[in-house]
Design a protein around this ligand. Structure first.
Ligand SMILES: [Ca+2]
Ligand SMILES: [Ca+2]
Length: 254
C-alpha cells in the first residue's frame, strides 16, 4: 500500500496543481518547453501523464483544460491538435521506456521509435464486477479482463459512474505496473515500469486494479446501478493500441 499511497499523494498534488495552474504557472523561464513536460520540471514522467489526463477529462466534460497555451502545446504529444488520453498513453509508454533504461527526449523517442498505433493486439474483454452494498457504504470493485494478450504495457480507463456515486480510492494489482488516477474524473492509467517483465502475462479474471466506490446515502434499497466504462485503451509493448470489448458491472443496493 505504500506505493499506492505515494501515487495517490502524487495525484492529489497533480490535481491541486491543475486547479492552481492558471494562477501559479509562470512559464518555462528561458528554456524552451520539452514535449510532454506539462509541469515544467524537465522530466517527462507519469506526473505529466496525470496532468494530461486531468486536462483531457476537463475538456471532455466541456470545460477549460486548466492548462496554459504553452502547456497545452507540450501536452499534445502526438501533434493532432487535441489533448486527450492518447497523449497521456504516449507519455506513459515513454516513461516506461525510460524506466527500463532508455534515454533521450520524448521527441527523439517518437522520431526514432515505433509510435503507438492501432494494430492486431488483442485487448480481450474488460469487466467490472457485480457488487452489493448498503447506502453510504464504500464497496471495492475489481476490474478484470479475459483473453487479454500477453504484453500489455499501458492501460487507460475512464468510468462512467452512476449519478452521485463517488470513487474514493484505487489500487493497482499487477506486479510492475504503476497506476495513476484522478478520482474526480474517474480516469486511471498504468504502465509497466519493469525492464524485467516487459511482456507480462495477465491471467483471466485476475484483478488488474481496484476502485473503491461510495454508494450515495440516498440510494434506495434494491436499486441496481450500472457501472460502465466510458473508455478503455490498451497499449502493448509492441506499441500497438487496442480498445477491448467492455462488459458493464452493476452496483446492487441492499
Ligand atoms: Ca514533468
Ligand atoms: Ca494529441
Amino acid at each position: 500500500m505504500k506505493s499506492a499511497k505515494q501515487i495517490i499523494s502524487t495525484i492529489t498534488a497533480a490535481g491541486m496543481s491543475a486547479v492552481c495552474l492558471a494562477g501559479a504557472f509562470t512559464g518555462y523561464a528561458d528554456t524552451p518547453p520539452s514535449l510532454g513536460d506539462v509541469n515544467g520540471n524537465t522530466i517527462v514522467n507519469a506526473s505529466d501523464a496525470a496532468q494530461i489526463l486531468i486536462a483531457a477529462a476537463k475538456i471532455g466534460a466541456g470545460g477549460e483544460s486548466g492548462l496554459t497555451a504553452e502547456q497545452m502545446s507540450v501536452a499534445d504529444v502526438n501533434h493532432d491538435s487535441v489533448v486527450n488520453a492518447s497523449d497521456a498513453a504516449i507519455v506513459l509508454v515513454f516513461a516506461a521506456y525510460i524506466g527500463a533504461g532508455g534515454s533521450g527526449t520524448l521527441e527523439a523517442y517518437l522520431e526514432n521509435t515505433l509510435k503507438p498505433e492501432p494494430g492486431t493486439y488483442n485487448a480481450g474483454t474488460w469487466k467490472t464486477a457485480a457488487v452489493e452494498g448498503s447506502p453510504g457504504e464504500i464497496v471495492t470493485i475489481p476490474i478484470t479482463a479475459e483473453n487479454l494478450a500477453d504484453g500489455m504495457n499501458a492501460y487507460l480507463v475512464t468510468f462512467d459512474l452512476p449519478h452521485d456515486f463517488v470513487i474514493t480510492d484505487f489500487e493497482g494489482n499487477l506486479p510492475n505496473f504503476d497506476i495513476i488516477g484522478n478520482l474526480e474524473t474517474g480516469t486511471f492509467a498504468a504502465t509497466n515500469f519493469s525492464g524485467e517483465n516487459m511482456r507480462p502475462k495477465i491471467d483471466d479474471n485476475v484483478p488488474i486494479f481496484y476502485i473503491d466506490v461510495k454508494i450515495p446515502e440516498d440510494a434506495h434499497s434494491d436499486d441496481r446501478y450500472p457501472l460502465r466504462f466510458s473508455n478503455v485503451t490498451v497499449c502493448s509493448i509492441d506499441m500497438e493500441t487496442a480498445e477491448p470489448q467492455l462488459t458493464e458491472g452493476v452496483i446492487i443496493v441492499r
